[in-house]
Design a protein around this ligand. Structure first.
Ligand SMILES: O=P(O)(O)OC[C@H]1O[C@](O)(CO)[C@@H](O)[C@@H]1O
Length: 241
């Protein structure tokens, strides 16, 4: 595991974008595993800058996203499709047909999760998977549980996640209660994992994930077992080290 301390959110975003840019430059047909949430937005802004100034070409890139709220349509401004389109895809030259996000509108969860798992598998391996970190240690929407969920599945969101994400919705009752998410095995099969963490509110959980026991109650602790994890955390998030 490589752990880089960034000065602040901007520095974290710049460092992360540099790593992704190197990946896309060295392998133009890279498979990028992408994440939503507030953490990677600055990174995506820098990738857009890289595309605009001619340094980056996404025309051959494929992407898979970690998760999607169950029940939200693509045009719902809280769906993760909407997030990805508006924070990255619309401003770079990625072919939308090469982007993949679970379909939140598919009511048959088993069918959708099996379809999405097969999509990820068909990519032949995610080259670099971007991850944010939930306050309870979740990655994707893999919530604390008694065992590590393996493949893409439908999850009941915990109250703490609903509470954390209500800031994006008009009312807490509008936050979906379920999501489709890649499983821990799906995430761990990425060749490289890029974990981004910012803010003092993530300091304790980051320490637990990287230094504590590997337990499903702290889902991101599993990353200790991956052979190629890059963590970029800002000073505030690193304050417990
Ligand atoms: O980056 P944020 O907004 O703190 O969210 C952390 C994590 O929580 C989620 O938003 C899901 O709750 C993930 O998509 C993200 O990685």
């Amino acid at each position: 595991m490589k752990l880089y301390k960034a000065k602040d959110y901007e520095d974290m975003s710049r460092k992360a974008a540099n790593i992704i840019s190197a990946q896309v430059t060295l392998k133009p047909d890279s498979v990028l595993g992408l994440a939503t949430g507030s953490t990677p937005i600055g990174t995506y802004k820098r990738l857009i800058e890289g595309y605009r100034n001619g340094d980056l070409d996404f025309s051959q890139v494929k992407s898979v996203n970690l998760d999607e709220y169950r029940g939200l349509t693509r045009d719902n401004d809280q769906s993760y499709y909407y997030f990805m389109y508006n924070n990255l895809f619309k401003d770079i030259n990625i072919d939308l047909n090469n982007t993949n996000i679970p379909d939140g509108t598919e009511p048959d969860s088993e069918k959708e999760c099996a379809r999405y798992e097969a999509v990820v598998e068909s990519m032949g391996g995610v080259d670099i998977q971007v991850l944010g970190l939930g306050h309870n240690g979740h990655i994707g929407f893999n919530e604390p549980a008694d065992e590590f969920p393996k493949t893409t599945h439908c999850v009941d969101l915990t109250e703490s996640t609903i509470e954390a994400n209500k800031r994006f919705f008009a009312d807490v009752n509008d936050v979906p209660r379920q999501a489709y998410t890649m499983g821990i095995k799906t995430i761990m099969s990425a060749k490289t994992i890029l974990l981004l963490v910012s803010g003092a509110d993530k300091a304790q959980i980051l320490h637990d994930c990287l230094c504590g026991p590997i337990v499903p109650q702290v889902p991101a602790s599993i990353l200790q077992l991956h052979g190629d994890v890059i963590v970029i955390a800002d000073e505030a998030a690193m304050s417990k080290f």
